[in-house]
Design a protein around this ligand. Structure first.
Ligand code: PLP
Length: 475
């Protein structure tokens, strides 16, 4: 009988590599084997421990309070600030919205004001918690436009429970002007959340190693909460983020206590109830291993890698960065000679995983890179691969979607997409349909097709696609 672990290892071979610094989205690689080992062993040691009840598992409470203390110092939190370790960025963002909403129970139809670049997690929160999201276009520099944000608050300040800004935004890697937005929120007694899920564990170290970072922490008056993910630039195993509040009073509505049933009296600090102690222990072990000095070193590496990538992009005529990065995320576009989706495929063929972002509003397709410290050791290989991949994409020419398919997509109503429509699209894209759906090796033709669709249509297509992927393997 084949050992289950052997079979898992075989299955894992089809996944993106999580080590080696060549996966520039989804995973964050310190490049340090010892950090990976310590994180993994800690996860395994606490995998069965239950964070539901800190009195039964006091070690988990200690780890959480240690991590929040570490984060509070990093984020310039005042005395009296508190926090919670959550399962990831999305849970931290959801709780920021839920807490803001439930702090104002007198408001019938709560709303929140967000820049158009805010992470989709906030739109998910809007959907789950029925908070109206007022989406404000960003300025030409892709940063939140403070005057427009204030005007949006002013349209209905009495119903506004939250304003959100990012440090930095995922899509463009720039930091919103936190100070004027937070000040305007504070003036009106409205909460202001800084979504530093992706920057929160690297920007403080950028400052420590002498780089200039625009103000975004609790040092900014009016910032009431900050999310910062350990499983991104904390280089911890997946499954942890922190949500910090300026005061215990601000955190209180996040808690859920329930005693009016015959079972155990319940107090939950997050969306989850039973939760594995594994990710928390993994994050604690990684932070204790690295400490401030370790993170300083990793920050030096990741910013050197980012700077060199920006320089390399600048040296390739077909490419241009969308905005000079404020952190470790790089977004770049291609000119008409180089199809961005083909470029992503060409990079994948060379072992580098970069993330295409669909065209949006008046912006063309872009490529996103979440640079890791572990990428620095392979920077020359990255630059050669990018140079070669651009040449290959230029030689291949643009991906042309069959005009009939384009017309078919344009004629579909996303609200009424049927299984037959979807099968027709799959067949048109050469992906078959019905049973046996598989992710193709070259994504450019599929991406080019999706790129033609409206955001609503893209959502309907993705939903239909996921529905087909998520089917049970039955005996
Ligand atoms: C700015 C920002 N917020 C929120 C999230 C959501 O985090 P997660 O994927 O951990 O749920 C991300 C993820 O990349 C992010 O970049």
């Amino acid at each position: 009988m084949t050992d289950a672990l052997d079979r898992l290892r075989t299955m894992q071979e089809a996944d993106l590599p999580v080590h080696g610094g060549r996966t520039l989205a989804y995973v964050f690689d310190s490049g340090l084997d010892e950090v990976d080992r310590v994180g993994r062993e800690a996860v395994a040691a606490f995998a069965a421990s239950n964070g539901l009840d800190p009195t039964s598992f006091p070690s988990l409470l200690q780890m959480e309070n240690d991590l929040i203390g570490f984060a509070a110092d990093l984020l310039d939190a005042p005395a009296g600030a508190v926090g919670t370790v959550t399962s990831g960025g999305t849970e931290s963002c959801l709780l920021a919205v839920q807490g803001a909403r439930d702090s104002r129970p007198e408001i019938d139809r709560p709303r929140m004001v967000v820049p158009s670049t805010v992470h989709a997690a906030f739109l998910k929160a809007a959907k789950y918690f029925r908070v109206e999201a007022v989406i404000v276009p960003v300025g030409p520099d892709f940063r939140a436009d403070p005057a427009a944000m204030v005007a949006a608050i002013e349209e209905d300040p009495d119903r506004t429970v939250l304003v959100v800004v990012s440090a930095p935004s995922y899509a463009h890697g720039v930091i919103d002007p936190v100070a004027p937005v937070a000040a305007a929120a504070a003036e009106r007694g409205i909460r202001c959340h800084v979504d530093a899920c992706i920057g929160g564990w690297v920007l403080p170290f950028a400052q420590r190693i002498g780089r200039t970072v625009p103000p975004w922490t609790f040092a900014v008056e009016g910032v009431t909460s900050i999310s910062a993910d350990l499983h991104k630039y904390g280089y911890a195993p997946k499954g942890t983020s922190v949500l910090l509040h300026r005061s215990a009073e601000l955190r209180r509505p996040q808690y859920f206590a329930y005693a009016d049933w015959p079972g155990y009296t319940m107090i939950n600090t997050t969306l989850q109830s039973t939760k594995s102690g594994g990710p928390l222990a993994g994050a604690w072990a990684v932070v204790e291993t690295l400490g401030l000095d370790g993170y300083d070193r990793l920050a030096r590496d990741v910013f050197e890698a980012t700077d060199r990538i920006v320089e390399a992009i600048g040296a390739i005529p077909a490419l241009a960065v969308v905005a000079p990065p404020d952190s470790t995320l790089v977004a770049f576009r291609t000119d008409g000679s180089c199809d961005a989706f083909t470029l992503a495929d060409e990079m994948a063929a060379r072992g580098w995983h970069i993330q295409p972002q669909m065209s949006y509003a008046d912006q063309p397709v872009t490529i996103h890179l979440s640079v890791s410290a572990g990428t620095l050791a392979h920077l020359e290989e990255f630059v050669s691969a990018l140079t070669e991949a651009v040449a290959a994409a230029v030689a291949a020419g643009p991906v042309v979607v069959d005009p009939e398919i384009a017309a078919f997509i344009a004629a579909l109503d996303p609200a009424a997409l049927t299984d037959d429509d979807f099968d027709g699209l799959l067949a048109a894209a050469g992906l078959g349909g019905g049973e046996g759906l598989a992710v193709p090796e070259r994504m450019a033709p599929v991406n080019a097709m999706i790129d033609l669709a409206s955001p609503r249509m893209r959502e309907a297509l993705l939903t239909a696609f996921m529905d087909r992927l998520q089917r049970p393997n039955r005996g």
